[in-house]
Design a protein around this ligand. Structure first.
Ligand code: ZN
Ligand code: ZN
Length: 132
């Protein structure tokens, strides 16, 4: 399954406030977010009844897995945002052939398949060139 291609400009003031007030947020929110930043929906392709979700920040608290997400529906002037701190999806994919473990990077109770079965259409273009 391919990744959803929805993009949104970040609602900067709201996002900064959410980063500043969340537990385990960054010390200096403007350092991690640009005012003209665009965020990509991370989910697998979905229909319009499902909110788009862009990952903003992982809380830095020991033993707590929570991320700040920007969720939105609609486009242009009809775009509706909400920022939410959500627990991480507990799903883990074990590959017995390569004996690797991949954790789902979405939030708990997310719609659609886990992140392991979603392909980033842009990511495929750069595969093979990364030396890291
Ligand atoms: Zn989406
Ligand atoms: Zn998942």
């Amino acid at each position: 399954m391919l990744q959803c291609t929805a993009v949104t400009p970040v609602p900067y003031a709201e996002a900064l406030l959410a980063l500043a007030t969340m537990k385990g947020g960054p010390e200096h929110p403007p350092d991690v977010l640009e005012p003209d930043e665009f965020l990509l929906c991370e989910l697998g392709e979905h229909d319009e009844s499902v909110e788009h979700a862009a990952y903003l920040w992982a809380a830095e608290i020991p033993d707590v897995d929570q991320d700040l997400w920007l969720l939105w529906t609609g486009t242009g002037a009809h775009r509706l945002y909400r920022l939410d701190v959500l627990p991480v999806c507990p799903a883990i994919l074990r590959n017995f052939v390569t004996s690797t473990v991949t954790a789902c990077m979405y939030f708990d109770h997310h719609p659609g398949p886990h992140s392991c079965s979603v392909t980033d259409p842009l990511g495929e273009l750069i595969t093979g060139e990364s030396g890291s």
